[in-house]
Design a protein around this ligand. Sequence first.
Ligand SMILES: *Cc1c(COP(=O)(O)O)cnc(C)c1O
Length: 821
Amino acid sequence: MYFSKDNAVTAEMIAERALFHLKYSRGKTLQVATDFDKFWSFAHVVRDLVIDGFTATQEEYLQKDVKRVYYLSMEFLIGKLLERNVLALDILKPSIEALKKLDIDLSTVIQMDIEAGLGNGGLGRLAACFLDSMASMELPAYGYGLRYEHGIFRQEFEDGWQQERPDNWLELGYPWEMVRPEYTMPVFVYGRVENISDTRRGKQPVWTDWQMFKAVPYDIPMIGFQTNTVNMLRLWSARADEGFRLDVFNQGDYVRAVEEKNWAENVTKVLYPSDNTHAGQELRLIQEYFLVSCSVRDIVRRHEKKHSDLRDFAEKNAVQMNDTHPALAVAELMRIFCDEYEMPWDNAWEITTKTCAYTNHTLLPEALETWPVELINRVLPRHLQIIYEINHRFLQRVEMAHPGNSELIQKVSLIEENGHRSVRMANLAVVGSHAVNGVAGLHSKLLRERVMPEMSELYPNKFINVTNGITHRRWLLKCNPELSALITDKIGSGWIHNLKELTKLEPLATDKAFQKEFMAIKRRNKEALGKMIENDLHIPIHPDSLFDVQVKRLHMYKRQLLSTMYLITLYQRIKANPKMDILPRTFVFAAKAAPGYHLAKRLIKLINSVAVVVNHDPDVAGRLKVVFLPDYNVSLAEKIIPAADLSEQISTAGKEASGTGNMKLSLNGALTIGTWDGANIEIAQHVGEENIFIFGHREEELHALAQNSYNPWTYYDNDQELQHVLEAIRVNSFDPSQPALFMDLFDDLTRHGDPFFYMADYRLYLDAQEKVEALFRQPEAWAEKSILNVARMGWFSSDRTINEYAEKIWGIKPISIPDTE
Ligand SMILES: *Cc1c(COP(=O)(O)O)cnc(C)c1O
């Protein structure tokens, strides 16, 4: 690491510096310091250690004039940073020792760390894993996002119903950010476009009458794992401009003027809490533009430090758009190039498309962003003109290649016309990018074949696949320290830098002594989670039961209701025959539902209602336990995942773009029960189909079913257990005082056509669960498969993913940051 060459980090030094920060940053003595004071002081010691690396990294990028990649994302679900940073700097031992000298427990301090929940789920967590990999692989990279005052809501349950509470992560201060007011950027919205005569260029469009506000950057250092590289995540915070509504000030209405400042400051007030659905609010559009506008300006500013013009912009800068949320970057780059730098359109277009690339994250129609033309015209009038011009030229080319094909034109147009007109952001992103990628093999194929067949024919080489990955440094090394130590003990520590080295564990899969050690660690992780559940929820947990885990956002396509139906089936079997031989199981759910997602919120209530009944029924005799842990977030995931035996990845085939939870769980030795969907397919290919429980209809089969008027009642009529489960849901047999509470869930699976094919997959899922049960009763066979899962998951490191982006899309190379003198 940066500092370690001439300046080894000792426990003495850490202790001394921690006391210094306690005194001079917090104004406290050790005697009166709170746990948060101690955390703050230690976090600043860690932060101080990366400052030299941080400045040296930027200096090196500038001097060498390297090509940089900019990852634009509305979400970065980074979670806690302290422990991760301690591991990245390789100062765990001296830190523990130093804190012990001060009579402080490192784990207490780590607990006080602040959860940065600036994302909803997989998409935001992917961005966070990428930042980790990019820094650890010494790539010149930047994350750009928004500094929401309130991240994803905190979830509580009241009488089994989800309650949303505001997340106040900035309340006590956030030690990992550095505010940079000197790099404040102006952002303009609203107004109109006037054509004004220019003596050289004739009539030119000029955007006027706009309202201006400001973007203040806050930088979070992203420390490479045991390298000198310290990259940054730059998060923008919206502020009112001082001159804001000066006219109102001049009229003497001071209070109203100050009130109006709120408008600007609301822009980064809150993260929109919907996952895989498009909210469509004006404020959300402004948020998206705000991210794009100040980030693009910042990129241009940095480029100009070394270059007198923008001709080689695309050779030095790559912009990756994480989903279509930042797709306005295409129009914004064109506006800056053409309007502010007076570049001819064709040159500007070539540079823009060479610079930009787009990652698609979903095929769900409700998630595809479209914005009403009327709204864009009001908020961003000049951008709408540019989008029209892009569309006009694009459609002209299409018409030339396929004369008279009006159906094709209508399908690929950036403008959707059905009653009212709207801009299709995915089409804008595709046309404006040189590469478009899906996030797993099947998803990329369906993107080409089902969602955008015309586009992929027009641009056969643009569409590629880059399968997602996860950072094993958080999702194994940090979250499962005992397993990590065992692995290092057996195969050395090379896996920390190259996860593929895990294959060296393969020969140990049948080694009885190793199986014992391996399963003992799983058992201790289960005990720890069980204790936490007993403490927090007062549900006694047996660590020898099968921990059946489904943790992810709540969504009908993810089918938490399917595992709930299985659970109800098991309960009904026990009620019918209390003496039956049944494998003890602990069902662990954790999931937030979008606040406006009615069915998802009902499902939370259903699971909590079933839990109350099942957990207390004497006939069950503790053999089934149902636990719904509130407030799923990164830190909770880190506790659950190392304790999982079974990983539920049961989305409707073709609907989960990739999934990354599936990878985290398998890497920690959970066996997957899953559909042929997303990255489950690639997991099956890597771990071996004999080491995973795949079930259910495949996408082609469901596609055919849908085309042949799928009828859920057919399955109902032929399956008594299915009828029995659905009846319990229909009448709410779990709480007769509230009959028909779950009628909407019943209707969705029956009268409303079962859009996610629960009925078709129910029996197949039960059959697969029976195989799970049989295998779990053979501990050695289970252990072998579990070890093989760990050993064969190396390919799913986000280092591999990032390497593919760097080579196939960005054209950037690692650069080592030298040690200083
Ligand atoms: C990994 C992760 C996700 C994504 O989980 P999926 O199962 O892939 O949907 C969501 N939320 C958190 C907190 C995560 O860590």
